[in-house]
Write a protein that binds this ligand. Structure first.
Ligand SMILES: Nc1nc2c(ncn2[C@@H]2O[C@H](COP(=O)(O)OP(=O)(O)O)[C@@H](O)[C@H]2O)c(=O)[nH]1
Ligand SMILES: [Mg+2]
Ligand SMILES: [Zn+2]
Length: 340
């Protein structure tokens, strides 16, 4: 393969200057690979020729890698040399665990999927938004099953109010038009992931997106091998090609959500509240009972919904109680810190 074809292929996989600039002078002979599958004892990466199983040194723990990671490998032996820093990382802490579990890396857009029915819950959507913000990904709310109701606009409007500038799309995931509605986030080299409760239509959307380009779908390798013990590992996630050159990652473990390690993500989500804090009389105002509180004044004036304020407080409390004070170094989580 020529160098320019190789460069174009890498770009179609999401390679960018962010990753290229991490290559050290002594590493120019190595080749970049994007992790497509993570199993307990095996990692596979994508190459222009199809999927490749990466060689692992003894000290390597596959749990330290996420689908979507970029790594450098030896071009002859396929031995994995090192992982490149992540642009974004979706991870969660399972109750009682010390380390966070990785779900996906280098995801540009997180589709937060809910349906136009009783599944729609502002509090649940806010949890996913906090996670997306914390991961550094752009959240988009996808309202499925719009075909089952007369008018989805009330759901759309409520969803839009959950975060400043939030993008919201209502669609029928079973129709081919759904892929069209999602194209702004699914262009060449773009990576998306989906989260949401069971039954909202995530798999349907993945199929609609992936089904459009059969050739591209085969490039992901459709690896269906079993592990050494002859059974599929349930923790694996995978990268599927979608029409238009993008990629979609399944995140089966992110159906329910327990928020931790997300204080910056929560600040971004509730920026209309955090923006008011500097206007309160007391610097350490809890916006609960203090005189001269700008947040309480906004509730009284009707510009801030009291339920929204209550959900903010609840999510902050939950985040504090689930976040260990000492977090071990893990990955290189980049949070989009905003200063208010
Ligand atoms: N009418 C309608 N049904 C849908 C839509 N999206 C998904 N479904 C149906 O909802 C059910 C659950 O979908 P599935 O993709 O398995 O949900 P998942 O658990 O989130 O992966 C299936 O019967 C789908 O056919 C939609 O937009 N409209
Ligand atoms: Mg599913
Ligand atoms: Zn206050």
């Amino acid at each position: 393969m020529t160098e320019s074809a190789d460069t174009a292929f890498l770009a179609s996989l999401g390679w960018s200057d962010f990753f290229a600039s991490q290559i050290e002078p002594h590493e120019t002979d190595l080749i970049p690979r994007r992790i497509a599958e993570v199993h307990r004892a095996r990692l596979s990466g994508i190459s222009a020729a199809g999927p490749v199983r990466l060689g692992l040194a003894h000290k390597i723990n596959t749990a330290d890698f996420a689908v979507g990671d970029w790594v450098l490998a030896d071009p002859r032996t396929h031995l994995l040399i090192r992982r490149l820093d992540r642009r974004t990382v979706l991870q969660r802490r399972t109750e009682g665990r010390h380390v966070q579990q990785l779900a996906a890396a280098n995801v540009d857009t997180l589709f937060i999927v809910t349906s136009c029915n009783a599944d729609f819950s502002p509090a649940r959507l806010e949890r996913y938004l906090a996670l997306a913000n914390q991961a550094g990904t752009n959240p988009v709310i996808v309202l499925t099953k719009a075909d089952t109701i007369d008018d989805a606009s009330a759901f759309e409007q409520e969803a839009r109010g959950l975060q400043r500038g939030l993008e919201v799309v209502a669609l029928n995931g079973r129709s081919a038009d759904a892929a069209g509605a999602l194209t702004p986030w699914c262009g060449t080299g773009q990576t998306v992931a989906l989260v949401g409760s069971s039954g909202v239509g995530k798999s349907t959307l993945v199929n609609t997106l992936a089904g459009l380009s059969h050739e591209a779908a085969q490039q992901t390798g459709e690896i269906r091998e079993s592990d050494a013990k002859g059974r599929h590992t349930t923790t694996s996630r995978s990268l599927h090609a979608i029409a238009g050159g993008g990629w979609v990652i399944d995140t089966p473990g992110m159906r329910t959500l327990h928020v931790s390690d997300a204080s910056d993500g929560i600040d971004t989500l509730f920026s209309e509240i955090t923006d008011l804090a500097p206007l309160c009389r007391f610097r350490d105002c809890t916006h609960d009972h203090e005189p001269g509180c700008a947040v309480q004044a906004a509730v009284t004036a009707g510009t801030l919904d009291a339920d929204r304020l209550a959900r903010w407080r609840k999510l902050l409390d939950e985040n504090v109680s689930n976040t260990p004070v000492q977090t071990g170094p893990r990955g290189n989580k980049i949070s989009q810190k905003k200063k208010y």
